[in-house]
Design a protein around this ligand. Structure first.
Ligand SMILES: C[S@@+](CC[C@H](N)C(=O)[O-])C[C@H]1O[C@@H](n2cnc3c(N)ncnc32)[C@H](O)[C@@H]1O
Length: 461
């Protein structure tokens, strides 16, 4: 028996050599009360076009138009039997004219017209999809997911609904778990007894350097924001260059294309050292207002910024996880940017495919900057005893950078799979690198973990 919300849905790891479409995602319907919560979390209105990717019996699609008055709802479902069932269910619910069911693969069908996307797939499938979601959906589109997250992309909203499972499932391990009157009552419960519903908003690309003229009191000058972007997360700095110079960092919030930047001055304090910007980022223009505290009031000054042109294509080199040079080659292919990682010193035996360039798992073009995730260590096979990750340099490499003039500046982080390597004494001998199955490095190695500044050099255009 499948217990809704309890069965782990299996999916492949992200972007392995198997096509995402081959991912096995079983049918487990969302309970009707969770459908309602999910659609509520998506904040559906009468103008919304809702897509359920993997729509099963059509319950989410039908509820979106029948109960939440969405303008239109579309289900994409691979199983033709479910498509037939969904159409019958929609006719019975009296909403056949406002819904559409497409029989096909959710990984290859177009859903760019959606203003809300609903997912109940699997963690791996969400990761397979997320770059496409961010690239093809309009900024501000809401994505809601039943049970599964989006890796390191934190949800904007999270609804954790404790569900009390009656019968044997509730009592299997601890008969007091559902009794709030005894100390053994599990107030958080195991994850299996929870519906976790998450929502994200597709972020506008805001990375880069934005500039615009402004008059602050009697001072005319240029205000500049330098913004780094990691999906919905934005950090950066500001600078006002006028007769006096004001600078500091910004604390930013981004919802779709709506950006707010609090300016926190680090070099001087004045009434405009506590100002903030609030507005919208559309293409290369930032339009909105600066709010400048003045006495007991806050003054509004209209402000527009333009983003500097940035080109980050080329081959960039830096000292990699093992402190020897590695490269990221960023190129434009079929109109969009892709990245490939090259580590000439990486030792991968031929029977494991040899040392080849590794494509970035995800690459996000955020206008004046980019964000990427890269899974190192997919070369292996079952020959390595089930683990495909055997070397200390296997793990996730995650970076973000913005292009300023001819340089890249940002942060990069490496998270090794095997933390054991991290705790071993340091012997800085790059020759010790090995990736042979089942073997350990001959000598112990340095692996730098965690986020650090990234200033790669362009070594080829
Ligand atoms: C966990 S069920 C969710 C059903 C429905 N969204 C709900 O919440 O009740 C996942 C659904 O995705 C469908 N599915 C799996 N792989 C698919 C694919 N590649 N393309 C389209 N649908 C797929 C399955 O047939 C199944 O109906």
């Amino acid at each position: 028996m499948l217990l809704p919300g309890v069965m782990p849905l299996q999916a492949s790891p992200p972007n392995t050599n198997t096509s995402p479409a081959q991912t096995t995602i079983p049918y487990v319907p969302t309970r009707h009360d969770a459908v309602r919560d999910l659609l509520w979390l998506a904040d559906i209105g009468t103008n919304d076009v809702v897509y359920d990717l993997g729509s099963g019996d059509g319950r989410v699609v039908i509820a979106a138009v029948r109960d939440f008055h969405a303008r239109k709802a579309v289900g994409i479902e691979i199983n033709p039997q479910f498509i037939r069932e969904s159409r019958e269910n929609a006719a019975q619910a009296g909403v056949a004219g406002r819904v559409e069911f497409i029989q096909g693969d959710l990984f290859t069908n177009d859903f760019s017209q959606a203003s809300v996307v609903v997912l109940y797939l699997g963690h791996g499938a969400n990761l397979d999809l997320r770059a496409q979601l961010v690239r093809t959906l309009k900024p501000g589109t809401r994505i809601v997911s039943h049970q599964f997250g989006m890796g390191e992309w934190p949800a904007d909203k999270l609804l954790d609904v404790r569900t009390i499972l009656l019968g044997m499932y509730g009592e299997m391990y601890n008969e007091f778990r559902i009794n709030p009157d005894v100390p053994e009552f599990d107030s958080t419960g195991s994850r299996a007894s929870h519906d976790v519903l998450s929502a994200w908003m597709v972020p506008a690309p805001v990375a880069g350097v934005w500039r615009g003229k402004v008059r602050l009191e009697s001072e005319e000058g240029e205000l500049k924001f330098t913004l780094h972007q990691r999906l919905s997360g934005v950090t950066g700095s500001f600078q006002f260059q006028g007769p006096t110079n004001l600078e500091g960092h910004v604390q930013a919030d981004l919802w779709g294309d709506h950006l707010r930047c609090w300016c926190i001055s680090t070099n001087r304090s004045s009434y405009f050292s506590q100002m903030w910007f609030e507005g919208h980022a559309i293409d290369d223009t930032l339009n909105g207002s600066l709010w400048v505290p003045q006495g007991n009031e806050t003054r509004e000054i209209k402000w527009a910024g333009r983003r500097d042109r940035a080109d980050f294509t080329g081959t960039w080199e830096w000292a990699g996880p093992m402190d020897s040079p590695v490269q990221l080659k960023i190129e434009r292919r079929d109109g969009r940017l892709t990245a490939t990682y090259v580590d000439k010193n990486r030792t991968v035996p031929d029977y494991m495919g040899g040392n080849k360039p590794i494509p970035a798992t995800d690459f996000y073009d955020f206008g004046g900057g980019f964000y990427f995730t890269l899974l190192l260590g997919l070369e292996g096979s079952s020959m390595t005893g089930g683990s495909r990750r055997v070397s200390p340099e296997d793990g996730w490499l995650i970076g973000e950078g913005i292009a300023i003039s001819n340089t890249l500046t940002g942060t990069i982080a490496f998270y090794p799979y095997n933390r054991r390597f991290m705790n071993e004494p340091i012997v800085p001998d790059p020759k010790s690198r090995t990736n042979a199955p089942g073997s350990q490095p001959d000598k112990r190695v340095v692996v730098q973990e965690g986020r650090r500044d990234w200033l790669p050099k362009r070594v080829a255009p």
